[in-house]
Design a protein around this ligand. Structure first.
Ligand SMILES: [Ca+2]
Ligand SMILES: [Ca+2]
Ligand SMILES: [Ca+2]
Ligand SMILES: [Ca+2]
Length: 238
């Protein structure tokens, strides 16, 4: 694998990658990816940003071209209010990042759950039934095998993972658990997969022999993710 990448992952410099190093690496990459997204979108508003702050009114004018977008506007406004941590009415870059990625910040969970219910809770009973979870897009008449598999998959997910108390509905707590990003779980399963495949002697460490033919897990399509400058943005998660 690419030596430059290896050096970045191998924090204790012992020429082997352990579980913690893999975990930190993939979490770092994911956060850098999100930070890049926020930078790109922030730049779209560059003409409106004054002293590092964007006002709701400028955001609204630039984003929504007419009143037809009322629903989306209302949704964004709710997010905006919660992301505006210092209640200045404006967002600085850090608050902007939270505004764009609320699933990553536990103090934003109210708005994330509200949005999910708004999208899925057809009968407005403040909970999501199996039917609502599967979605109304599945028209039973022209379903092919692929659709049926997908529905079975969603049913299993609903019953086995999402509906913790087995009452047939997802309440707000269950929706929160489903909607918020749990970095720990995500990266853990990715690390598990990689160790499963590459750690041939099962010592929970990947050495150069084990890594020699397997760069695919570590190849990074977007070279900007390797830019150390992005570490400036690691404070986004503090
Ligand atoms: Ca603010
Ligand atoms: Ca419902
Ligand atoms: Ca339930
Ligand atoms: Ca090993």
């Amino acid at each position: 694998m690419n030596n430059k990448i290896f050096i970045q992952i191998d924090l204790d410099n012992n020429k082997r990658l352990n579980r913690t190093e893999l975990f930190i690496w993939f979490r770092t990459l994911e956060r850098r990816r999100l930070a890049l997204e926020s930078i790109d979108e922030w730049n779209d508003y560059v003409n409106f940003i004054k002293n590092g702050e964007l006002t709701w009114s400028d955001y609204k004018t630039e984003t929504f071209d007419n009143d037809k977008n009322n629903e989306l506007m209302r949704r964004d406004k709710n997010r905006w209010l919660l992301a505006d941590k210092n209640h200045s009415g404006t967002l600085d870059f850090e608050e902007w990042h939270v505004f764009l990625h609320p699933e990553d910040f536990s103090f934003m969970s109210k708005v994330v759950v509200d949005e999910a219910l708004n999208d899925l809770d057809e009968d407005d009973d403040e909970r999501i039934s199996l039917q609502e979870f599967i979605g109304i897009n599945h028209n039973t008449e022209d379903m092919d095998e692929e659709d049926e598999k997908e529905i079975e998959h969603l049913e299993r997910e609903f019953r086995n993972i999402r509906d913790k108390d087995n009452d047939g509905y997802l309440n707000r707590d269950e929706v929160r658990e489903w909607s918020m990003i749990d970095d720990t779980k995500f990266t853990d399963s990715k690390v598990d997969d990689i160790l499963d495949e590459l750690d041939l002697d099962k010592n929970e460490n990947l050495d150069s022999k084990e890594l020699v033919n397997f760069s695919k897990h570590f190849d990074i399509e977007d070279s900007r993710l390797l830019n150390a400058e992005l570490d400036t943005y690691s404070n986004l998660y503090n």
